[in-house]
Design a binder for this molecule. Structure first.
Ligand code: 3UK
Length: 519
């Protein structure tokens, strides 16, 4: 491992110091403009001062519900600089989700992008917790809310950072589980540092002259490393994009801005390769690509490399470990595997009795020991104990090691699905489907599409079987899409006269999976 950290460590200060000689260099480019390292430092320190002026105190939480623009890193790092704890959340969730997060985190203030302000307002109406201040970025501040630009303009930059502890709560990310509410994953200042020192620098080999571009947004742990922690740790530049990462939106940036490093999820790579608008190799300047979120099918990686002459580095990470802990290496890519443990992390495969599996080609539960593990799930002792077991973090994944020591993904050990790189709980989708008046019962499983990527499929028992048909199937998809985050809706719907169940009435999802596999 690289050098140990002092007891007092503020990650925002660390980044500003690292880049103090790069004041004129571009740190961020977004759809509206750009920010130099000098401007970034100035705005981070103004934002830190503003938090104090608003009465937000050290260790209190603030909600960060913002699209990827130059303001996102300002709020995130401004909060860290002030010892305030940002809770960075997914911009695609519902008002009910945010209401829960506000109550659970007791956020004292919320920073929100203008297009998301109405959803936040609805959430605040539902939450049994009062958010004192709302700050709106890039748009009309609704009644009672403050404008981010005006707020920064009024503050003198905070002269010195708050002397946070390296191991104290620095920021939170929410992670969803198969049952129950999202879990507030508490990370430290030091955890950010370790992901850059152990992965961004030595494995990806990011450099000062790179332009990094991540299709995964900053509110994901993956995106946070790709578009903030890693590039700012080496003085590189970052391209941000607020819109949805469709193939065309990504291609436009590749061709116009010529990023050198791109980060995406397998679904994105598959979608781009299938697009008629895929740019030619000569139109782009990619030297390295990264994939995470779900396993990258071998075929997708190989086709991408054949077309662009650039490797796709597949690695597995998690919200709990903050970033990637098992990975392929540039120059040593074995498609169809997640590669080998990242130096500084230990991986163990354990059998059903908890014994360590030494041999090759035996599937076991994956546990990880490394310095970037979260402290806990806030306010959830039971789930924290299941996941954070002393030095070891249980990933919830099944893996085996092949004969050459490469780790091969073998499915989840819970019912969770990874769709487009994001978690989907089948139970949540089933519960939503059952709110539809025509539905008696529902069971959701993951099925592989033609590219080998996971898609949710719903099996439905209707109250009146005569209603079955394409029209109702379409209606049910839309029904879920309107009520849950958009990546969760079932891409396939099949009507059945009954669901397979145990003698005690539990749905046997594995029988449905077998049925699909037999097709
Ligand atoms: C699955 C993978 C196979 C696996 C993440 C990079 O995805 C991230 O975090 P999440 O908390 O999900 C974690 C779970 O996703 N997974 C992720 N990457 C891979 N499975 N191959 C992969 N390459 O089930 C894992 O437990 O959303 C990814 C960096 C930071 C992250 N948080």
């Amino acid at each position: 491992m690289t050098r140990a950290l002092p007891e007092r460590f503020n990650f925002a200060q660390h980044l500003l110091e690292t880049n103090s000689s790069r004041a004129g260099k571009i740190a961020y480019i977004d759809d509206a403009g750009r920010l130099t390292y000098g401007e970034l430092a100035e705005r981070v320190r103004r934002c830190a001062a503003a938090l104090g002026a608003l009465g937000v105190r050290r260790e209190e939480r603030v909600l960060l519900l913002m699209h990827d623009t130059c303001d996102w890193p300002v709020v995130f790092l401004g909060a860290l600089y002030a010892g305030v704890v940002p809770v960075a959340v997914n911009t695609l969730l519902t008002a009910a989700d945010y209401a829960y997060m506000l109550e659970h985190s007791r956020a004292q203030a919320a920073f929100v992008s203008a297009p998301l302000a109405a959803t936040l307002q609805a959430a605040m109406g539902q939450a049994a917790h009062e958010v004192k201040t709302v700050v709106v970025a890039r748009g009309q501040a609704a009644c009672g809310a403050l404008d981010f630009e005006q707020l920064l303009a009024r503050q003198a930059p905070l002269s010195a950072p708050v002397a946070t502890g390296a191991d104290e709560p620095g920021f939170w990310l929410y992670s969803s589980g198969s049952t129950g509410r999202p879990k507030g994953t508490v990370h430290t200042h030091a955890n950010l540092y370790w992901t850059a020192e152990l992965y961004g620098k030595p494995v990806l080999g990011l450099r000062e002259d790179d332009l990094c571009f991540s299709a995964a947004k900053l509110f994901f742990a993956y995106g946070l490393g790709n578009a903030l922690t890693f590039p700012l740790s080496v003085g590189a530049s970052v391209l941000l994009m607020a819109e949805r990462p469709t193939p065309d939106a990504v291609f436009k940036r590749w061709v116009e801005h010529k990023p050198t490093v791109f980060f995406g999820a397998p679904t994105g790579y598959a979608g781009m390769l299938a697009s008629p608008n895929l740019p030619a190799r000569e139109q782009v300047r990619l030297r390295l690509c990264s994939s995470a979120g779900e396993a990258l099918p071998r075929e997708i990686g190989e086709r991408f490399t054949r077309h662009f002459g650039c490797e796709v580095i597949d690695g597995i990470g998690s919200t709990e470990m903050l970033h990637i802990f098992i990975s392929n290496r540039p120059g040593d890519v074995r498609y169809g595997t997640s590669g080998k443990p990242v130096h500084g992390y230990r991986a163990e495969l354990r059998d059903e009795h908890g014994r360590v599996i030494d041999g090759a080609n035996v599937v076991g539960d994956l546990y990880i020991d490394g310095p970037s593990a979260a402290l806990m799930y806030w306010g959830n002792r039971a789930k924290s104990r299941e996941t954070f077991q002393g030095a070891w973090t249980r990933t919830g994944d099944k893996y085996y090691r092949d004969d050459d020591g490469y780790y091969v993904y073998a499915g989840r050990s819970d019912d969770m699905l990874k769709v487009s790189g994001q978690y989907v709980s089948p139970f949540e989708v089933e519960a939503t489907l059952m709110e539809h008046p025509a539905v008696l019962e529902a069971a959701v499983i993951g099925v592989a599409d033609a590219d080998g990527l996971t898609r949710p499929k719903a099996f439905i028992v209707l109250k009146d079987p005569r209603q079955a048909g394409d029209a109702l199937a379409e209606e049910l998809k839309q029904f879920v899409k309107q009520r849950l985050a958009p990546h969760k809706y079932p891409r396939f719907v099949e009507f059945l006269p009954e669901l397979p169940k145990t003698a005690t009435g539990k749905i046997q999802r594995f029988r449905l999976r077998e049925r699909e596999a037999a097709k």
